[in-house]
Design a binder for this molecule. Structure first.
Ligand code: PLP
Length: 278
């Protein structure tokens, strides 16, 4: 859809304008959400809005009143069944470029629709390859910040080398992927890094943990070392664009049998059904 929402107005992408003095443009001073819409229904909207509120609070901004109604009004104008809502909030425009922001600024609010490829079952069954890299990003990765240069560099490192994702290691601990959370399976127990300032509290991560528990699987939120990861039986990445993406190789290392494992396929199917029935 060409139409976007910007600061109270519905306008076309090409005619939308923001000030060069916007702190989002000058400092990357803002936060965002990416929210799936399946069969015209907004998926887990309240979880995304809670995370937005938390990200805003962590950067000293107030919650955006009426945002739910704005999003609903915006998507009612889109005739597609499946798409993603990109919601971007910056601290707003300031007359001079200054690291120090004014209190009570008027935020800039942008909402637009995006489309991302969703992998089909054949692609999921084949699995994907990932690489590993030191996590050199800042220590507030729990904020869904629009300052994504570190993530952009790390995701491009993967794609330039033909990998789906870069898995990030800091102090010999897995944090997350450059644009996803990570799960691994060892001896039928599922592990994912526990929440901290070093990773994003993924909405899909949260959903998968609930679905795994509902299906009587054991899930352990704890530290995962590089060796743990490489000696695991299965690995998958999770995100709102593709809920479960099985990883069968990490750099030169085969994960488990080198084929997509049964737990990955099971959680893929469970999640796909949950989405279908949502
Ligand atoms: N971690 C990072 C760095 C991300 O960019 C994303 C999604 O974009 C995720 C994790 C997964 O979060 P969610 O499941 O809420 O999409």
């Amino acid at each position: 859809m060409d139409e976007i929402y910007l600061n109270g107005k519905f306008v076309s992408r090409s005619s939308a304008q923001i000030s060069i003095m916007d702190r989002g443009f000058l400092f990357g001073d803002g936060v965002y959400e990416l929210i799936p819409v399946y069969n015209k229904k907004i998926f887990l909207l309240h979880k995304h809005l809670n995370r937005l509120k938390n990200s805003l609070s962590l950067i000293g901004m107030s919650d955006i009143s009426g945002i739910e109604d704005i999003i609903k009004k915006f998507i009612s104008r889109n005739s597609n069944d499946h798409f993603f809502i990109y919601l971007h909030v910056t601290r707003g425009e300031q007359s001079q470029r200054n690291h120090i922001y004014k209190e009570a600024m008027e935020p800039t609010i942008l909402i637009m629709c995006e489309e991302y490829p969703s992998y089909n079952k054949d692609q999921i069954q084949k699995g994907f390859h990932a690489c590993m890299h030191e996590d050199f990003r800042w220590l507030k990765s729990n904020i869904k910040s629009i300052s994504l240069l570190g993530n952009v560099m790390l995701k491009n490192h993967a794609s330039k080398h033909g990998y789906y994702e870069t898995l990030l290691i800091r102090n010999n601990k897995l944090t997350e992927g450059s644009a996803s959370n990570v799960f691994m399976v060892k001896d039928n127990i599922i592990h994912t890094p526990k929440l901290s300032n070093e990773l994003l509290p993924g909405v899909t991560r949260d959903l998968l943990i609930d679905l795994l528990k509902d299906n009587n699987m054991i899930i352990n939120e704890s530290d995962i070392s590089q060796d743990d990861l490489l000696s695991s039986d299965e690995v998958w990445c999770s995100s709102s664009t593709n809920a479960v993406v099985p990883i069968t190789m990490v750099d030169e290392n085969q994960i488990g049998s080198g084929k997509v494992g049964s737990t990955s396929l099971l959680i893929y199917d469970i999640t796909r059904d949950f989405i279908k029935n949502y």
